[in-house]
Ligand binder design. Structure first.
Ligand code: GLV
Length: 409
């Protein structure tokens, strides 16, 4: 067996132990936080070595043959076994490790997911891509991607992909991606973001009605000057979109004794005080003090809140967008605010993110801007959702959160 020069991909926190050999087999050994990595290149005429590894990472060439392997094993002894490439080519059905689906995880800000998935006993070979370079390298192996903010074009590399589990609720980018084959199943996280988004919305509503900004401003200047404050009680809140997020908003609005209006495609009898359909936007918004948008971005919802709808609102009304930027026509909103057609806006999502520095919205005094943080994907929650779905996938059961590409969510 000829062994090429080992490639070095030593990760943060790991130290290089240098070249070692097992019998006649030189390789690189790297001490990691949770074990030892051995790594070497395979050559065309080479054989395959197998460790009793706790974990392995396989990179294959375009013909599907292994070109690089990385094994991690505990500090105990490792047993080696030579397997011929020919045998591997035929497919070794008995090799459970090779037959488990390869799950590629990528999500900026979610670096601990791999450990969490391990604690949760996620089945499959979980490989965490820590940067875009690694992601590009391992995507061709992926059967499953558990991802967030994967650059759309990289899906073109995922030639074995069967399923993408988004870490978020909105999947408009995945649906619109021409590099993601329509045969790949998409699932999104459902039934998890309601409580956290509701906290954001009511934090903003309470801050508005109790004028918390003014209190802090006076405090910073040591001013003691009582001022009038309002209350949410009896105020009209309209929730556009009555999925799991909208329904949680309804539940919390009732706790604050608000009058609840709702707009959804399907009638939800008994859920809200006044229900409307998408054909009734002007009637829906007419009496609202607060309009909360939780809708997904689809062909049907694009710019559904435009100048006509903004004009139909009360001048004291405030609009809150925690859905997608494309629902609300931003230019029309700026005009409506300038003209005093509505009183303010709380915006967590935008047509272009990050919101460009030159955007007029930054300077409008009654606009509160946040950087798409209303509904963060909390590692533990999304991991639990995903692991349950992987188990369903392996048992050929229907998954949770399957996206209907036609419907758009
Ligand atoms: C965030 O916007 C999400 O889609 O979860």
């Amino acid at each position: 067996m000829v062994i090429g020069n080992p490639k070095g991909t030593i990760r943060n926190g790991e130290s290089w132990l240098g070249n070692r050999s097992y019998g006649d087999l030189p390789m690189n050994l790297v001490a990691g936080r949770s074990g030892v990595y051995a790594q070497w290149n395979f050559c065309r005429d080479g054989g395959l070595l197998r460790f009793n590894a706790r974990e392995s990472l396989w990179l294959r060439n375009s013909a599907g043959m292994p070109s690089l392997a990385m094994f991690r094993f505990g500090s105990g002894s490792a047993s080696l076994e030579r397997t011929s490439i020919a045998r591997l080519r035929q497919g070794d059905e008995r090799d459970e490790k090779l037959n488990r689906p390869i799950i590629v995880v990528y999500g900026p800000g979610h670096e601990h997911l791999k450990e969490i998935l391990k604690i949760m006993h996620c089945p499959g070979q979980v490989i965490m891509a820590r940067d875009l370079h690694e992601l590009e390298e391992i995507l061709p192996m992926a059967e499953i991607v558990f991802g967030w903010k994967v650059p759309p074009h990289l899906y073109g590399k995922a030639c074995h992909l069967k399923w993408v589990q988004s870490m978020g609720a909105g999947v408009d980018d995945l649906i619109a991606n021409p590099d993601l084959s329509p045969t790949v199943m998409i699932t999104r996280i459902v039934d998890q973001f309601g409580p956290i988004i509701a906290e954001f919305v009511f934090a903003e509503l309470l801050a508005d009605v109790r004028r918390l900004d003014l209190a802090r401003q006076q405090q910073s200047q040591k001013i003691w000057k009582p001022f009038a404050v309002g209350s949410l009680q009896g105020q009209a809140i309209g929730i556009a979109g009555l999925g799991s997020i909208g329904r949680e908003l309804v539940r919390k609005a009732r706790v604050f004794d608000m009058v609840v209006y709702g707009l959804s495609r399907s009638a939800k009898p008994g859920l809200v005080d006044f229900g409307f359909t998408p054909a009734q936007w002007p009637e829906f918004v007419r009496s609202l003090d607060y309009l909360v948008l939780t809708l997904p971005a689809t062909a049907e919802t694009q710019y559904v809140v435009n100048r006509t709808i903004l004009r139909a609102m009360k001048p004291q009304a405030i609009i809150i967008n925690v859905g997608r930027g494309e629902i609300l026509h931003q230019g029309d909103l700026v005009d409506a605010l300038h003209q005093g057609e509505i009183a303010g806006a709380v915006l967590d999502v935008f047509e272009t993110e990050p919101l460009p520095p030159e955007d007029a919205l930054w300077k409008l005094p009654r606009v509160r801007i946040s950087p798409h943080i209303a509904g963060p994907s909390l590692d533990e929650q999304v991991a639990r959702f995903f692991v349950a779905n992987v188990l369903r996938y392996l048992h050929h059961e229907p998954l949770q959160g399957v996206v209907d590409r036609e419907r758009g969510y």
